[in-house]
Design a protein. Structure first.
Length: 343
């Protein structure tokens, strides 16, 4: 723990105690303190998804009482949030065969048979998605202490490709609607949205749990969803910097809470999961740098949590069965997803 010797506050859970000019000390201290390397063996490919076992899935299935189903995905179309950063584009959907072809041209099938086919081209992180364990490195090292260059090459993620999680992400989902909980105190009366740049703290998360009640308890193996309201504003006002711009999000100081609660994954309704601008003068996604390659956390971004949040507020139940498997794209470091919450 040498990174904390000269700075005993390096592991603080109070954002006010972060030294904005020294992100490296805080990142190094958190990485070392919360590191899960070796916890599930040297060959592990799943990280904290290991917390979801068969018993946990069976208990989660028992949460389905009404049969109400909620898709938590944004649309995958050209009207999406991407603006070209890191060559990320919105999905390009193209028809290969159409009804016009069948009606007026003919498609070569016998007996009048016709059909339509289509193709889609898109970056895997362009809309509602999971960040896999090979998506982020910490100072040249990938999840479980492996050299990044031996994990992800031009052939893809050779070790922790997203395909390994294809059957893993099914379990108890928990929604913390921090936007609805704190919005009225920080913005307009009746607001259910956090202001841009608001860093959600451990105290905020725990206060939200207390306010929402016992169905909001968070523990081992849970799939945690945190709603800020940022996507709701984008739907109402237009994207306006949603992708890569200012946003509320999790504070860097929540890394320890994420580690000790032993959640399996965390997803938010924002582009970047953590608060933007970040809490250091010169840093880019420092919470990612701790939670993905060191804790082994699978991170979800750009989820649409609004309809689910309204239903949870109406019936007072914030837990549900969540099924959110990634596409088993061999060697991918992320995947589009259409998460389904069942209540």
């Amino acid at each position: 723990m040498s990174a904390t010797v000269g700075n005993p506050r390096a592991l603080t859970e109070d954002p006010a105690e972060l030294d904005r000019s020294d992100p490296l000390t805080h990142i190094a201290a958190a990485a070392e303190a919360y590191r899960n390397w070796g916890r599930w063996g040297d060959d592990d490919r799943l990280g904290t998804l290991n917390f979801i076992d068969d018993d946990a899935r069976a208990r989660a299935a028992s949460l389905v009482q009404r049969g109400a189903s909620f898709s938590l995905s944004q649309p995958f179309d050209m009207n999406g949030p991407q603006q070209g950063w890191r060559r990320r584009t919105n999905p390009v959907h193209t028809m290969l065969d159409t009804g016009t072809d069948a009606e007026f041209v003919g498609q070569g099938f016998p007996h009048g048979l016709g059909g339509a086919d289509d193709v889609i081209a898109m970056p895997l992180q362009c809309s509602t998605q999971w960040d896999g364990l090979g998506h982020i490195f910490d100072r040249g090292v990938a999840w479980n202490g492996r050299p990044a260059g031996r994990v992800v090459t031009s052939e893809g993620d050779l070790v922790t490709g997203i395909e390994h999680a294809a059957s893993a992400i099914v379990g108890r989902g928990v929604l913390l609607d921090v936007g609805r909980f704190l919005g009225p105190r920080l913005g307009e009366p009746g607001s259910s949205e956090l202001p841009d740049g608001y860093a959600i703290t451990v105290d905020d998360l725990e206060a939200c749990i207390a306010a929402q009640g016992p169905t909001s308890r968070v523990g081992r193996g849970d799939l945690l969803l945190v709603r800020t309201g940022r996507y709701a504003r984008a739907k109402r006002e237009g994207w306006n910097g949603y992708a890569g711009g200012p946003s509320a999000g999790l504070s860097f100081t929540t890394a320890g809470w994420i580690h000790r609660t032993e959640v399996a994954a965390v997803a938010t309704d924002t582009w970047g999961f953590e608060v933007r601008p970040n809490e250091f003068d010169e840093a880019f996604q420092p919470l990612h740098q701790v939670v993905i390659p060191n804790i082994g956390l699978t991170v979800g971004e750009m989820w649409d949590l609004d309809a689910l949040a309204a239903d949870c507020a109406a019936d007072g139940r914030y837990e549900f069965l969540l099924t959110a498997p990634p596409l088993p794209i061999t060697g991918a470091v992320g995947s589009p997803v259409n998460p389904i919450a069942l209540k």
